[in-house]
Design a protein around this ligand. Structure first.
Ligand SMILES: *Cc1c(COP(=O)(O)O)cnc(C)c1O
Length: 427
């Protein structure tokens, strides 16, 4: 399949934007080669500028759970845009979206809308610190919470190290109060609380990780997190920017039965428009300005177009309940991928929760960044390009989750499995 136009456009883009992209995950750095320039999406498919069609498993990195250009979402956006794009004043639709989130998500009693997942986690962390009057934030290696300065931290060699910046431009001062621990490591967590407990403002985690590939938190780990934070008066923050309304309508916390103090959202709650949200216990949320003292603001927060897209997406999910179908389709895909990998003797592990899944090119069980990082990423890169050439658009990194949408069909899934078999056999 030809990609000449993509190549020309990307050549120009590289002169205009750093790396030719507005977000690094799109640059195909992890698989080599150039990104495909997309023109439009419809349902489960993307069409590039050269006219090639792809079965899409990125779904804009999560938001498009209903598929691209879903009629209800498109209609809602069209209706909203005719009324004006931004007022900088309260609207009734903000109540509607807030109510939908509060009704769905067990931990959320009050919510604030922002413009991205990054803004949501940044604000939740500030609130945890402002609420507790403490400085230290605990995060876990391999979890991603957006490009928040204080969370762009690399874990040191010791099990529990105070963070060092992992991006130039992030000061040591900014990260010195961030503690990086290993995911699913209960003794490590206990040790950190034993040593720093009275200084820990909050713990932030992906309750099901998507950002090192799909990795599931053990029940023991979640239980320890809830007990230790409660015991030490620290705020437990679930970052559900990816898992919210994805793994279930009520997010990961509705599956695992652990209720955090604060929850962050993004992606699906904006239905493909830029949005984020942070919410939780009213008692904590009321520390946010203008009731409380913790500052947080946004010119475009609660934007009418984003709010309309979010409402249309959440009400469709609530009313049509595609989750059982997503489970079936995703299970079918997972079984097919495992069968394909097994047939060629590829060492692999498949992790899946609902419509989020990852085929790790790694024979070991993947429970943390340590085990995830042992994947054969070179082989994954070849697999990725093999699938692109067969019209299947997978996340362009081993360390990203693949998403199935409600628009996918069994035929799409079977075609993806067949393509995988063909590609893996040739590796
Ligand atoms: C995508 C993501 C973010 C960041 O959201 P943006 O809208 O890209 O800023 C934060 N946390 C998690 C878990 C995410 O998956």
């Amino acid at each position: 399949m030809g990609r000449e136009k993509s190549h020309e456009i990307f050549a120009r883009a590289q002169q205009l934007m750093p790396g030719g992209v507005n977000s690094p995950a799109r640059a195909f750095g992890a698989v080599g080669g150039e990104p495909v320039i997309m023109q439009r999406g419809a349902g489960a498919y993307l069409y590039d500028v050269d006219g090639n069609k792809y079965i899409d498993y990125i779904g804009s990195w999560g938001p498009m759970i209903l598929g691209h250009a879903h009629p209800k979402v498109t209609e809602a956006i069209n209706a909203a845009v005719r009324q004006g794009t931004s007022f900088g004043a309260p609207t009734e639709a903000e109540n509607t979206l807030a109510e939908l989130i509060i009704e769905a998500v067990p931990s959320v009693e009050k919510v604030r809308l922002v413009n991205s997942g990054t803004e949501a986690t940044m604000s939740a962390i500030r609130l945890a610190r402002g609420y507790t009057g403490r400085d230290v934030i605990v995060k876990f290696a391999g979890n991603y919470h957006g490009h928040v300065d204080s969370l762009l931290v690399a874990a040191g060699s010791a099990a529990a190290t105070l963070g060092v910046p992992n991006s130039p431009g992030v000061t040591a001062g900014t990260t010195k109060d961030t503690l990086v621990l290993a995911y699913n490591d209960v003794p490590g967590l206990e040790a950190a609380f034993a040593e720093h407990g009275s200084k820990i403002a909050g713990v932030i985690l992906e309750p099901i990780v998507g950002n090192m590939g799909t990795v599931v938190a053990s029940p023991e780990f979640l239980k320890a997190l809830r007990e230790l934070t409660q015991k030490h008066g620290s705020v437990l923050i679930f970052d559900e920017v990816m898992t919210g309304f994805r793994v279930a309508y009520g997010g990961a916390q509705s599956l695992n039965g652990i209720t955090p103090d604060l929850t962050t959202h993004g992606k699906i709650v904006g239905g493909g428009m830029p949005i984020g949200a942070y919410g939780g216990k009213a008692e904590i949320m009321d520390h946010v300005i203008p009731v409380g003292q913790v500052f947080q603001a946004g010119t475009l927060s609660g934007n009418p177009i984003a709010t309309a897209a979010g409402i249309a997406t959440l009400t469709t999910l609530r009313d049509e309940d595609p989750y059982p179908r997503l489970e079936q389709l995703s299970d079918r895909l997972a079984r097919g991928l495992v069968e394909a990998a097994t047939a060629v003797g590829l060492p692999h592990t498949l992790t899946r929760v609902s419509s989020m899944l990852t085929l790790f090119f790694n024979g070991e069980q993947v429970t943390s960044w340590d085990s995830a990082s042992k994947c054969d990423t070179a082989k994954f890169g070849k697999y990725f390009w093999g699938l692109i050439d067969r019209g299947v658009y997978l996340p362009c990194s081993q360390y990203e989750a693949l998403f199935v949408s409600a628009a996918h069909t069994e035929a799409d899934i079977d075609a993806t499995v067949e393509a995988t078999k063909a590609v893996l056999a040739g590796l």
